[in-house]
Ligand binder design. Structure first.
Ligand code: AR6
Length: 175
């Protein structure tokens, strides 16, 4: 059984979250955008974009690591989550892959804390109820099955609706 006390669902701005790793819900260009991606680039500063350019993009579901610049973190892990297209294009497994790829990078970096936004549920339009279940299931199952040093996982929700949905999905899972 995974220790659910390691996972906190919090309300706020992820750019203000203190954690070793901040995860960015990016797009395949990795060159910034709106939503949480825009907020992270703005708060981290222009050096972040320079580092991101070196990757020449990133496929959906994979992840890339950069420094965190002006954020209160050591690293940023950028992952493009899937764009929702009615559920006919493997969106669910791609969303799982985004969480797993990010966690794999975090384990390689030997960090102790990681903060996730609600990947794909803004501009990418993934339905929030399914996305929150996928996020919580994937994080708990993966960390339960892998050797790791992660002690704290934060899911940082900007809106009250997002926060409430993650709380409900967690209740369903944990009981
Ligand atoms: N802190 C925490 N959560 C946030 C913040 C913040 N500062 N800002 C927004 N959110 P989105 P996506 C929430 O659209 O759906 C961008 O243009 C937001 O309310 O940021 O994966 C990228 O460049 C929602 O709950 O990411 C891509 O093109 C969640 O973060 C595209 O949007 C995800 O919303 C990615 O779309």
């Amino acid at each position: 059984m995974w220790d659910w006390s390691k996972l906190s669902i919090v309300r706020g701005d992820i750019t203000k979250q203190k954690a070793d790793v901040i995860v960015n819900a990016a797009n395949v260009s990795l060159l910034g955008g709106g939503g949480v991606d825009g907020a992270i680039h703005k708060a981290a500063g222009p050096e972040l974009l320079k580092e991101c350019k070196k990757f020449h993009g990133c496929p959906t579901g994979e992840a890339r690591v950069t420094k965190a610049y002006n954020l209160n973190a050591e690293y940023i892990i950028h992952t493009p989550g899937p764009i929702w297209r009615g559920g006919f294009f493997d969106e669910e497994s791609l969303l799982r892959k985004s969480y797993v790829s990010s966690l794999k990078k975090a384990i390689e970096l030997k960090v102790k804390s990681i903060a996730f936004p609600s990947i794909s549920t803004g501009g990418h339009k993934f339905p929030l109820d399914t996305a929150s279940e996928i996020a919580l299931n994937t994080i708990s199952e993966f960390l339960n099955s892998e050797e790791n040093e992660i002690e704290n996982i934060y899911i940082v929700c900007k809106s009250e609706d997002t926060f409430n949905q993650y709380e409900e999905s967690k209740r369903k899972l944990v009981g």
